[in-house]
Design a protein around this ligand. Structure first.
Ligand SMILES: Cc1cc2nc3c(=O)[nH]c(=O)nc-3n(C[C@H](O)[C@H](O)[C@H](O)COP(=O)(O)OP(=O)(O)OC[C@H]3O[C@@H](n4cnc5c(N)ncnc54)[C@H](O)[C@@H]3O)c2cc1C
Length: 439
C-alpha cells in the first residue's frame, strides 16, 4: 500500500524528515505543506545574507537535482486544522489533505513587542527569507534604524543593517549584552567592538512608544524620555514555538508540542520535530528549550524514520553553537550561565539553548589575552560547559570532554592553571579512546 506522508512546514526539520522517509520508502507519497513559497533554505544563513557576507543563492541548501530526487509534492498554503480521527489536514486555501503519517515541523515565531504603536509599518522581525527581503528593502531607503532585543538575532540585525549603510542605534534594556550567557567581561568585549564599528549602543534603554505618521514609523520615545527618529525598528526579543495549530487540533502542548522520545505527539500517527517540539525530562518533568538548527535537523531525521515504522529514540545532544558576535567567533557548549538574568529577552532567542543559561557549581575563567578567551564550567567531576571566544583551536576537545562527561577531577588544577599544556594531551587521549571504541 502506498503510504501518504504529510509534513507541515518547510524548514530543516521538514527537509531532514523528508530525506529520512525517502531513504526508507522509495514509493510513498511525501507532501510538504508550507506557507513559505521558497525552496529549503538556511535560516541561520539569513544573518550572513543581511550582512552582505553571502549572496542570496547561497542560502539554498539543496540543489534542484537533490530536491527532484526526493519526489516531493509541495502545497503552498497554511494548515489551519488537523482532524486527527479522520487523518486529514485542512488548509487555508480550502484543500483537505489526507494522511497516513503526519509531521508537524512548524518551527518558532519571533515574539511581538508590547509597546504602544507596535502595529506601525517599518517595525520588523526576522523569522524568514521574506522578512529579510523586507529588511533589505527598508534599509535601502532608511537613514536610521533602531534595534531592540538581546541574544544572537538582535546583534545580527544591528550589524546587518549597519553593513547596509544605515545608522543603527541598538537599545539594551539591561546593562550589558546577553547577560544570561556571557559574563561581564565577555559582554564588554562584544559591546566595545560594536561601538567601535560605529553602532550607537545604549544600555538601560527601552522603547516606550513607537510614533508614526500615516501608519509609518517615524520615531520612538524611550524610557529615558528621548525621541529617536527612525525609519525602521527591528525587534528580536525572543521566539516562541509555533503550537497554535496543534493546540487548536487538540494535541497536548506545553511551551511546545509535547512529544515522546520517539517524537510522537499525543495523537496517533502524528509526529513533531524541530523548534516546535518539546520533550519533557522524565525525571524533572521539565524541558530545556533549544532553538538550534542541528537539533531540528537531528529530530527531523528521527521523526522521518519513525514515520516509516522504525522505532528510533531521539537522544538530545549537548547544545552547541558557533556564532559571530561583533566579528568574533564564539562557541558555546553546554551549561555556561553568564550569571545574570537577561532583561532583553522575553523567551529564548534563535541560535540559543536554555541549557546555556544554567550555571553549574563552580566557574573558572581562563583569560588568554584581550579577546581570545576560554571559560569553563565545572560540575562535581566533569566539565558541564565551555565558552570559547576568538581562537577556536580547543573547541573540539572541550566538546568531547563535555559530551563524554570525562571525569576531570584529578586534573582540575592543571585545567585551571595550565590549560594550554593539558588540552593537547587530553585531545590525543580522547582521540585514542574514540578510535579504540570504534574498532
Ligand atoms: C536569523 C536567524 C539566525 C539563526 N541563527 C542560528 C544559529 O546561529 N545557530 C543555530 O543553531 N540556529 C540558528 N537559528 C535557528 C534555526 O534556524 C532554527 O532552530 C531552525 O531553522 C528550526 O528549524 P525548524 O525546521 O524546526 O523550523 P523552521 O525553520 O522555523 O521552519 C518552520 C516552517 O513551518 C512553516 N509553518 C509554520 N506553521 C505552518 C502552518 N500552519 N502551515 C504551513 N506552514 C507552516 C513556516 O513558515 C516555516 O517554513 C537562527 C534562525 C534565524 C531566523
Amino acid at each position: 500500500m502506498l503510504v501518504r506522508y504529510v509534513i507541515i512546514g518547510s524548514g530543516i526539520a521538514s527537509l531532514s524528515a523528508a530525506e529520512a522517509i525517502r531513504q526508507r520508502d522509495s514509493t510513498g507519497r511525501i507532501t510538504i505543506i508550507s506557507e513559505e513559497s521558497h525552496d529549503f533554505y538556511s535560516r541561520p544563513g539569513l544573518a550572513y545574507y543581511l550582512r552582505r557576507d553571502i549572496p542570496e543563492k547561497q542560502l539554498f541548501i539543496r540543489s534542484a537535482k537533490e530536491i527532484r530526487e526526493l519526489a516531493l509534492e509541495r502545497i503552498h498554503s497554511q494548515a489551519i486544522h488537523i482532524e486527527a480521527k479522520q487523518h486529514q489536514v485542512q488548509l487555508e486555501n480550502g484543500q483537505i489533505v489526507p494522511y497516513d503519517r503526519l509531521l508537524l515541523a512548524t518551527g518558532a515565531l519571533a515574539s511581538s513587542p508590547s509597546f504602544t504603536g507596535n502595529h506601525l509599518r517599518g517595525i520588523l522581525k526576522l523569522d524568514g527569507l521574506d522578512d529579510t527581503h523586507q529588511l533589505i528593502s527598508r534599509a535601502r531607503k532608511a537613514k536610521r534604524a533602531i534595534v531592540v532585543g538581546g541574544g544572537i538575532t538582535a546583534l545580527e540585525l544591528a550589524e546587518g543593517l549597519h553593513a547596509r549603510g544605515v545608522k543603527v542605534a541598538y537599545l539594551l534594556r539591561g546593562d550589558r549584552y546577553w547577560s544570561d550567557v556571557l559574563n561581564e567581561e565577555e559582554s564588554k568585549i562584544v559591546m566595545d567592538r560594536l561601538k567601535h564599528e560605529g553602532i550607537d549602543l545604549r544600555i538601560k534603554t527601552q522603547v516606550e512608544e513607537a510614533i508614526g505618521s500615516r501608519g509609518e514609523i517615524q520615531s520612538v520615545r524611550t524610557n529615558q524620555n528621548e525621541i529617536l527618529p527612525t525609519q525602521l525598528l527591528a525587534v528580536a526579543i525572543g521566539v516562541k514555538p509555533r503550537i497554535d495549530l496543534a493546540q487548536r487540533s487538540g494535541l497536548a502542548t506545553k511551551r511546545g508540542i509535547l512529544v515522546t522520545p520517539y517524537l510522537q505527539t499525543s495523537a496517533r500517527d502524528i509526529f513533531a520535530a524541530g523548534d516546535c517540539a518539546e520533550i519533557l525530562d522524565p525525571q524533572t518533568g521539565k524541558s530545556q528549550q533549544d532553538i538550534l538548527w542541528p537539533i531540528a535537523l537531528a529530530q527531523g531525521r528521527i521523526a522521518g524514520a519513525n514515520m516509516t515504522g522504525e522505532e528510533l529514540v531521539y537522544k538530545k545532544e549537548i547544545p552547541f553553537n558557533v556564532t559571530m558576535l561583533a566579528g568574533l567567533k564564539v562557541a558555546i557548549i553546554g551549561q555556561i550561565g553568564g550569571g545574570s538574568q537577561n532583561d532583553d529577552l522575553v523567551s529564548v532567542s534563535r541560535g540559543e539553548s536554555e541549557t546555556w543559561r544554567l550555571l553549574p557549581k563552580t566557574i573558572l575563567v581562563e583569560s588568554l589575552d584581550q579577546i581570545n578567551r576560554i571559560r569553563l564550567a565545572f560540575g562535581e567531576k566533569s566539565l558541564q560547559g565551555a565558552l570559547v571566544m576568538g581562537d577556536q583551536r580547543w573547541v573540539r576537545v572541550l566538546k568531547k570532554l563535555i559530551l563524554h562527561q570525562v571525569d576531570v577531577s584529578a586534573i582540575r588544577g592543571a585545567l585551571t592553571n595550565n590549560l594550554h599544556q593539558i588540552l593537547p594531551r587530553l585531545e590525543q587521549k580522547l582521540n585514542e579512546w574514540e578510535h579504540r571504541n570504534k574498532t
